[in-house]
Ligand binder design. Structure first.
Ligand code: HMG
Ligand code: MG
Length: 347
């Protein structure tokens, strides 16, 4: 059972670039965003309104937002760690923001300089300010499998933080394996714990490829089922089943019953039970400044290649996406690092 469509949240311009030491000119970031949108990506995380002392690469957040204001066809969420960042983002024209908590105390401290509980209190202020002006808020949970300092992170802790973010009003919770240590063996119990407290339709996964496990973790996430919170498709399935049973009772016409049940099977047979929102970064750019050893995010090109192979719709044009990857890698003076780009360039 796989979803028919997967929404890709492209995080390259933010997560991908935030760790680059050499400052990338604003015009290059803007050109990258334009190329990503023209490849068909409909959500492109554009930048962060964080302290420029902490993340100097994204100090031009306002200028980036000014330059992309009129680009049609995509949403441009931005990271906001506190009310100061939120207010700056809104003044710069942001119409979607993201807050970022951690499931590990040590990572919370090194990433945003406060405890998990203090961060949740800050985020409640951001979410309520966002609600007043009807802005959707995405909530990240970092270190959902492992922490660079604490090691293994218990799934119950991830579920706790995810639920807090969901209950305060985040419309989507992205589960980040920040240091890329997860395998399906650790990702499945983590997802099962989270799915007990947050509906599956509100979840996204965010894998880093440090140990080459990102694609298997994504495939696993698309397949894991949630008995507690069935997805929209499976709710429809249950509705159809109810209607069919109703029909059985009313009509008691066996031919019609068989017809309805088989129609139902073919229409809703492939019930979507898994997660259908996946974060990735063009050319696998990224890594977190406060997660030593974390290599890049999973490459969007490789995710699209896999989803194409599975017959899952993404609306992304792989050729155009490869051009975007090539563009930014040339700028960073390094060869494209997605497997797909390497394979296709050697043809
Ligand atoms: P702090 O030093 O504790 O904050 O930083 P503060 O309130 O004491 O303020 C210190 C200075 O920062 C002050 O300026 C504030 O005005 C300023 P000064 O008086 O020294 O001139 N300041 C700000 N400036 C601009 N925008 C703001 C802002 N807030 C305060 N929003 C803070 C706390 C949260 C600000 C800091 O720790 C920070 O900016 N951290 C951001 C770290 C970050 O961006 N990390 C990467 C993103 S998370 C990630 O990558 C993981 C993820 O991708 C998931 C995954 O991969 O798994 C999401
Ligand atoms: Mg990341």
């Amino acid at each position: 059972n796989l979803p028919a469509h997967v929404k890709i949240v492209e995080v390259g311009p933010r997560d991908g670039l935030q760790n680059e030491k050499e400052i990338v000119p604003t015009a290059t970031k803007v050109q990258l965003i334009k190329m990503l949108v023209s490849s068909g990506l409909t959500v492109v995380e554009a930048t962060s309104f964080v302290s420029p002392k902490w993340v100097p690469q994204l100090a031009d957040a306002k200028d980036v937002m000014d330059a992309i204001r009129n680009i049609q066809g995509a949403r441009f969420p931005v990271l906001t760690p506190n009310l100061k960042g939120f207010e700056a983002a809104v003044s710069a024209g942001a119409n979607e923001v993201a807050i970022f908590a951690s499931a590990s105390e040590s990572f919370s401290k090194s990433n945003i300089n406060c405890s998990i509980e203090d961060s949740l209190a800050r985020f409640r202020d951001v979410v309520s300010a966002a609600r007043e002006i009807s802005l959707p808020v995405r909530g990240y949970v970092s270190c959902v499998v492992g922490c660079p300092v604490e090691g293994i992170v218990p799934p119950s802790k991830v579920a706790y933080v995810a639920k807090q973010l969901f209950d305060m009003g985040c419309s989507e919770i992205s589960l980040g394996d920040t240091i890329g240590v997860g395998t399906p063996g650790t990702v499945i119990p983590m997802l099962e714990n989270v799915m007990n407290v947050v509906p599956i339709d509100n979840l996204a996964v965010h894998f880093h490829d440090t140990y080459g496990q990102a694609l298997s973790n994504i495939l696993t996430s698309l397949q894991v089922s949630s008995p507690r919170f069935p997805s929209v498709h499976s709710k429809l399935h249950f509705l159809l089943l109810d209607l069919s049973i109703g029909w059985v009772e009313l009509v008691l016409d066996q031919v019609k019953v068989i017809l309805v049940l088989s129609l139902g099977y073919f229409r809703f047979g492939s019930i979507q039970m898994g997660i259908s929102t996946v974060d990735s970064s063009v050319s696998g750019l990224g890594g977190c400044p406060y997660a030593k050893g974390a290599s890049g995010n999973v490459a969007t090109e490789d995710v699209v290649y896999m989803l194409n192979g599975l017959g899952i719709e993404t609306n992304v044009d792989l050729e155009k996406l490869l051009l975007a990857g090539d563009f930014i890698c040339k700028h960073l003076r390094r060869p494209p690092s997605s497997k797909t780009a390497v394979a296709l360039s050697s043809k």
